[in-house]
Design a protein around this ligand. Structure first.
Ligand SMILES: *[C@@H]1O[C@H](CO)[C@@H](O)[C@H](O)[C@H]1NC(C)=O
Ligand SMILES: *[C@@H]1O[C@H](CO)[C@@H](O)[C@H](O)[C@H]1NC(C)=O
Ligand SMILES: CC(=O)N[C@H]1CO[C@H](CO)[C@@H](O)[C@@H]1O
Length: 433
């Protein structure tokens, strides 16, 4: 009895102790000594509510979606993310030292009417754990020290964007060895561009020896012309040789090329696989009317091997290992946006052709349907392996943690097995329809 009560107490007090011990120190400065104490004090304090319950995906009643269920909530619903301030477009990556602990980062809401003096926008974040089914900050939320960039290439309808100061719509994600951030900012090549930086430079991340030291400062990612005025939603991926490539666009046609550490890129490699890829995109993604709908890249990428880590015979190779990302079909009717997420797999080796796309989009359990055709807007922004140490490359039985905005008001997340995201996925080269 006493033991159980103590455990319950630890669940509440654990995160508070961490808060007291660390205050703001973990975010910016070194704290190795404290960190080791916290590790032992933490014990299982930050564990998700019910991390062992997994409900496999189900077909929704209208048979238009596969519904996915959260592993870390007892009812399978998505969980809220609480920063303590208004933050949207959330990203979640595992902490490098503590189990069941994450960095959460998103766009801090800025009310221009209230804060006219300072128009700088920020990406903000903290270290977070689950408490009563909510992923919340256990230390102070801080602005990331991302350097604003100068542009001056915004003209016409976009002229006002030249006055922007600071990063927008960041994606924080794990690479093979270390984390990165990609964000939008004033561009030297077009109006608004995409930049990449080593995330470890922005928070107090313990450096490991022999990890790459690329993108120490924010670096603009170039692309073969033509540029759009506002470039958005780039993601990078690592191929089977360890080369880093950048993927600009998925739809209506793909665009990707090799990324150098100074931000320059090689030629667009997508034309080599265009015929094959166009067929696959057409086969599994919805046909779009002229207006109000679009399909675009949404998240960063991850590498997945399509067998279970737990199986002795499960060995990764080019025939079972793919790059995974999520794209969204956006609709905008009656002044309301809705997004349908599709999982996309492509080859990890040249020529990087598409391998598979969701036959039906995912429905995050907890999303509501309202009168008429309206449903809750959920906008997926990040997908990462949930657990510490998996980094870029996981297996079907590893958990993925997704971050998403919910009706532009909240940040939320869901954790599911990779197998659940890939349930009944449609292969590009399969014969059946
Ligand atoms: C952290 O998780 C790993 C993998 O599940 C496990 O091997 C390790 O014992 C855990 N460490 C602590 C301190 O709980
Ligand atoms: C960028 O790096 C690539 C590869 O190392 C090199 O070929 C190129 O000249 C560099 N460009 C600039 C502008 O430094
Ligand atoms: C395309 C374009 O107009 N590029 C210009 C953007 O602004 C920089 C200076 O900030 C110029 O050098 C570029 O020519």
């Amino acid at each position: 009895m006493i033991v159980r009560d103590l455990k319950r107490l630890a669940l509440v007090v654990g995160p508070l102790l961490v808060l007291l011990l660390l205050s703001a120190s973990l975010w910016h400065s070194h704290s190795d000594d404290i960190a080791s104490h916290v590790g032992s004090l933490l014990g299982q304090g930050g564990k998700p509510e019910a991390s062992s319950t997994r409900r496999p995906p189900t077909l929704t009643a209208d048979e238009k979606h596969y519904e996915i269920y959260s592993m870390s909530t007892s009812d399978g619903k998505f969980f809220d993310i609480r920063f303590g301030i208004e933050v949207f477009n959330p990203n979640i990556i595992p902490h490098q030292t503590f189990n069941d602990t994450w960095y959460i980062v998103g766009q801090a809401f800025m009310d221009l009417k209230v804060d006219q003096a300072d128009t700088t926008v920020h990406e903000s974040g903290c270290i977070a754990q689950f408490l009563n089914g909510v992923l919340m900050c256990i230390d102070y939320v801080q602005h990331l020290p991302i350097e604003p960039t100068s542009g001056g290439n915004c003209t016409g309808d976009f002229a006002y964007i030249s006055f922007n100061v600071g990063p927008h719509d960041a994606r924080v994600f794990m690479g093979p060895q270390s984390p990165y951030i990609i964000y939008g900012s004033n561009s030297a090549f077009t109006c608004f561009g995409q930049f990449i930086q080593d995330f470890r430079k922005l928070v107090n991340w313990e450096y490991e020896l022999m990890t790459p030291d690329d993108f120490a400062v924010g670096t603009e990612i170039e692309r073969p012309a033509p540029y759009a005025p506002l470039e958005k939603n780039y993601f990078v991926f690592w191929d089977s040789k360890g080369d880093m490539l950048v993927h600009y666009d998925l739809y209506p046609k793909r665009g990707f090329g090799k990324l150098e550490t100074n931000g320059t890129v090689g030629p667009d490699l997508a034309p080599k696989v265009k015929d094959h890829d166009d067929k696959c995109l057409k086969r599994y993604l919805p046909e779009l009317p002229a207006d109000h709908e679009s399909i675009h890249q949404a998240t960063n990428s991850m590498k997945v091997t399509l067998c279970n880590r737990a199986d002795a015979g499960c060995e990764p190779h080019d025939g079972n290992t793919y790059i995974m990302t999520i794209a969204q079909h956006k609709t905008y009717y009656n002044y309301h946006s809705e997004y349908e997420p599709y999982v996309v797999l492509f080859q990890q080796r040249a020529p990087y052709e598409l391998h598979a796309i969701s036959r039906k989009p995912l429905w995050i359990h907890g999303r509501q349907r309202h009168e008429g055709r309206r449903t809750d807007m959920m906008y997926v922004t990040s997908a990462n392996w949930r657990d510490r140490g998996v980094n870029y490359h996981g297996y079907l039985d590893d958990a993925v943690i997704l971050g998403f905005g919910y009706e532009d008001k909240h940040s939320a997340g869901i954790d599911v097995l990779a197998a659940d995201l890939l349930h009944d996925i449609g292969l590009c080269d399969s014969e059946e329809s």
